[in-house]
Design a protein around this ligand. Structure first.
Ligand code: RIB
Length: 307
């Protein structure tokens, strides 16, 4: 660690989630009544930053929102949580990003997102946050902001010795080159398949490690997580929970992984901690409320060991 507390910088998205709960996901062309509606703060970047903060890291979130009602909700939440907002840039012309997670009775989700202001963050804003990126132990990136912005942040982080962790979601950018600065690629199963293109996922992951990545960690939801690194391939089972809403569970998983790696823990211990974070996040409706706090995760891990 570069200082007493693990330090994480997230350069990523903030999206307001308009959540619809439904019995099952609709078919194309079908109109169906929903069961419940909720408005939650989300966006992969924001969820990961908030989760890292709640897990005990010192976090800087770098992102762009509009100058609208939704932006106000984010600024208020960051203040309530005691998080800095000095690298949340505001766009006068384009509104805050929005997403529409649809959650079925099994807790599964499908998400439509529109980046809006997130897609207007630019290189000058990454430069403005340079010192924050340079002093971080881990830089977390996703695919909800323009690729050149993420790439520049990764270059700055790498030059200062930070671990760069990429969540390649959403994967509309399939086939995009994952830059050499990325240490850990952390896709879900769908994203891993898209990145592997025509080859089997395992071969793709092994080739990434052979080419110099520190690791590929594939989150598998209820099946846990698969790790590929210099030690080979290992699967870590998920912790059993009653799922309510899996929106943001992947973000909690990635935050757990990042915080634990920033604390200097090994990958196996970090993935177990990440699995606990992801499991707990599935038990609460909405992304922001479901990001777990450190004491809850540690208690959960003790309960699981005792059981
Ligand atoms: O990973 C979950 C997040 O993805 C949601 O909060 C939604 O905003 C989308 O960006």
């Amino acid at each position: 660690m570069k200082s007493a507390k693990p330090k994480i910088c997230v350069v990523g998205s903030l999206m307001t989630d308009l959540v619809f709960r439904v019995e099952r996901l609709p078919q194309p062309g079908e109109s169906m009544p929903g069961k419940e509606f909720g408005l939650f703060l989300g966006g992969k970047g924001f969820n990961q930053a908030l989760a890292c903060h709640r897990l005990g890291a010192e976090v800087t979130m770098v992102g762009r929102v509009g100058r609208d009602y939704f932006a106000g909700l984010f600024l208020q939440k960051l203040a309530e949580e005691g998080m800095r907002a000095d690298f949340i840039f505001q766009d006068d012309e384009v509104g805050t990003g929005v997403a529409c997670p649809i959650i079925d009775d099994s807790g599964q989700n499908a998400i439509i997102g529109i980046g809006r202001a997130n897609m207007r963050i630019d290189l000058s804003q990454v430069e403005a946050a340079r010192e924050e990126i340079e002093s971080a132990d881990v830089l977390m990136l996703q695919f909800e902001i323009p690729y050149p912005v993420s790439r520049r942040a990764a270059q700055i982080a790498k030059a200062s010795g930070a671990i760069v962790l990429l969540d390649p979601a959403p994967i509309h950018n399939a086939g995009v080159l994952i830059s050499e600065e990325v240490d850990f690629i952390v896709p879900n199963e769908i994203e891993a398949r898209a990145l592997a293109q025509s080859q089997p996922v395992e071969l793709w992951a092994e080739a990434e490690v052979k080419a110099g990545r520190s690791g590929v960690v594939i989150s598998l939801g209820a099946e846990g997580a698969l790790v590929f690194d210099q030690q080979g391939r290992r699967q870590f089972p998920a912790f059993p929970v009653q799922p309510v809403d899996s929106t943001g569970a992947g973000d909690a998983f990635r935050a757990g992984l990042a915080v634990s790696l920033a604390e200097g823990k090994g990958i196996d211990q970090s993935v177990r901690f990440a699995n606990a974070c992801g499991a707990l996040a599935c038990t609460v409706l909405g992304a922001e409320p479901s990001m777990p706090r450190r004491d809850r995760v540690e208690r959960f891990l003790r309960e699981q060991e005792a059981a």
